[in-house]
Design a protein around this ligand. Structure first.
Ligand code: NAP
Length: 254
């Protein structure tokens, strides 16, 4: 058996090329994981994260896969296992927002894309992880951390109710799946970030959104990606060994 695989657990981070996912990859490498950096299209950003992970002493690979593509996700899991070994932790982080608009102006096409990526994509990845991790299937157990959002309990009125609802689905999946596989060596938890300084707000049409809304956060500031990544790493680790089916707000008190 590969001795390196025995000593460094493998973490797969979807959307690991930028933002919260990239911070998670970097911290994971420093914490002793080998890291698979999934991304959608930004090869340069993924390569930068892979290089940083390797500099921290990890084996790391970049894998381009759209999480909403079932066949591609299955191939991604097989590729990561082949390159790094069995996956101990999945961080279901890839997610999108779209332009801030009222609910009565949203198209069905937009809703389909939002739920395809944020919900179906996370579901496919979680299913593939369970099939490989569960002791029921001969796996060694593992940990799944889903990245939800404070939007799931705030509702995002006037911005993106569809996004908020997609994250509520992630909260419910976390609770149900965590209970379903609790006896099978798998813990399933989630974080709910508040407003965090990443590129995602630009893809929602307002790059400066964090500073606009930060005044409404009890801590009176936005969060840094690393502050979310720390919570993800903790939930993924054995330090959270008796925690499953739960969700941690990382939102400055909001
Ligand atoms: P981000 O900076 O926009 O980065 C998004 C990442 O996801 C990128 O790595 C991107 O890859 C990847 N990605 C996008 N669509 C994908 C797809 N279909 N398949 C695979 N990968 C895909 O986002 P972020 O702010 O870090 O957000 C990460 C997670 O945190 C999301 O689930 C988001 O909903 C959640 N969140 C963020 C905030 C916040 O304020 N930032 C708050 C609450 C929750 P490329 O680089 O290739 O494009």
């Amino acid at each position: 058996m590969d001795r390196r695989v025995m000593t460094r657990p493998v973490m797969l981070v979807t959307g690991g090329s930028r933002g919260i996912g990239a911070a998670t990859c970097r911290l994971a490498a420093a914490a002793g994981y080998d890291v698979a950096v999934n991304y959608a299209s930004n090869r340069d950003a993924a390569d930068t994260v892979v290089s940083a992970c390797r500099e921290a002493g990890a084996s790391a690979v970049a894998v381009q896969t759209l999480v909403e593509s079932e066949t591609d996700v299955i191939a991604m899991f097989d590729e990561v296992v082949g390159a790094l070994g069995p996956i101990a932790c999945l961080v279901n982080n890839a997610g999108i927002v779209r332009d801030q608009v009222r609910f009565d102006e949203m198209s069905v096409e937009r809703w389909r894309e939002m739920f395809e990526v944020n919900v179906i994509g996370s579901f496919i990845c979680a299913r593939e992880a369970v099939q490989r991790m569960s002791t029921r299937h001969g796996g060694a157990g593992g940990s799944i951390v889903n990245v939800s959002s404070a939007a799931s309990y705030l509702g995002s009125p006037g911005e993106y109710i569809d996004y908020a609802a997609s994250k509520a689905a992630i909260d419910t999946m976390t609770m149900g799946l965590g209970k379903e596989v609790a006896e099978e060596g798998i813990r399933v938890n989630a974080v709910r970030p508040g407003v965090v300084y990443t590129d995602i707000h630009g893809s929602g049409g307002e790059p400066g959104r964090v500073d606009r809304v930060a005044g409404g956060v009890p801590m009176r500031r936005g969060g840094q990606p690393e502050e979310v990544a720390q919570a993800i790493l903790w939930l993924a680790s054995d330090a959270a060994s008796y925690i499953t089916a739960t969700t941690v707000n990382v939102s400055g008190g909001r």
